[in-house]
Design a protein around this ligand. Structure first.
Ligand code: DHB
Ligand code: FE
Length: 287
């Protein structure tokens, strides 16, 4: 059967993608950001996932006010990098995994989560920047990716609790797939940032680090934080952090297994308007 072996958490700051694409990653401003991912790139190469289930948010690229799915699973064979206003990023096309995606859709919908099934969509910085941070600038991404888009842009947004429960359902779905696949789940977006209004520029390092601590040690407790607390403490765009709870809910300890190993943790301020947070958790082989 397929197994979730690890979860990866990372911010998706669009300016990071632009810095990489324009050859600025070694400039003094960006160098410390990319340095935080040196270990992660080696780790990803060594861990050789067969599929990455990538939880992210679309920023009015594939969706708009015309259509606002709370949870959308990509079941396509491939996804084009989107044109976000400056032309599409010069990154590889994202290959999907329609068979596993269809299986997860079937299983998760039968577990009473209403997913929107997306057979065609472009993917924006929410998905491509995490891939760039973890993979650098390869000719092709290392494995197929299942994009899983969460609405954290237009209210009402899903609660952390619901995201955490959804992670549990995704784990059960993956583990009932009858192929021996090494699956990683990535939770992306965050950390604290606010792009609009009088509090634009808000960054809250104390909140971010407490979130990382609690995500590792007490994800159930973190899942009970209401969305209004994210908005107050982490800024209006800090609500992207609820997506990290989907990945965390899919880890083995939540289903009674061993605690995950923290293999990497990184935090840096600032990158553009955002605090960058990054974590890698590995499930024990005994799970
Ligand atoms: C910025 C951050 C985001 O998460 C985003 O989606 C757009 C912009 C920023 O830091 O400017
Ligand atoms: Fe964003």
């Amino acid at each position: 059967m397929a197994k979730i072996t690890a979860s990866v958490y990372t911010s998706h700051v669009p300016a990071i993608g632009a810095a990489l694409d324009l050859g600025k990653s070694q400039e003094p401003y960006w160098q410390p950001v990319f340095k935080g991912y040196d270990f992660s790139k080696r780790w990803l190469k060594d861990s050789k996932p067969d599929v990455i289930f990538l939880v992210y948010n679309d920023h009015a690229t594939a969706f708009s006010l015309d259509l606002i799915p709370t949870f959308a699973i990509g079941t396509a064979a491939s996804y084009q990098p989107a044109d976000e206003g400056w032309g599409p990023r010069p990154v590889p096309v994202v290959q999907g995994h329609p068979e596993l995606a269809a299986h997860i859709a079937q299983s998760v919908i039968q577990q009473d989560f209403d997913l929107t099934i997306v057979n065609k969509m472009d993917v924006d910085h929410g998905l491509t920047v995490p891939l760039s941070l973890m993979c650098g600038q390869p000719q092709a991404w290392p494995c197929p990716v299942i994009p899983f888009a969460v609405n954290v842009v237009q209210y009402p947004v899903p609660s952390g609790r619901r995201c955490f429960e959804l992670g549990k359902a995704i784990r059960r779905a993956v583990e009932s797939y009858d192929q021996p696949l090494n699956v990683q789940i990535w939770g992306t977006g965050g950390m604290s940032h606010q792009l609009q209004g009088p509090r634009a520029g808000l960054i809250n390092q104390a909140f971010d680090n407490a979130f990382l601590d609690r995500l590792i040690a007490d994800p159930e407790g973190q899942a009970s934080m209401p969305h209004i607390d994210y908005v107050r403490e982490a800024g209006s765009e800090g609500i992207e952090l609820v997506m990290w709870l989907i990945a965390r809910g899919a880890m083995a300890d939540v289903a009674g297994g061993a605690k995950p190993k923290v293999v990497h943790r990184f935090y840096h301020v600032p990158a553009s308007n955002t605090a960058v947070g990054h974590l890698i958790l590995e499930n024990s082989h005994d799970n």
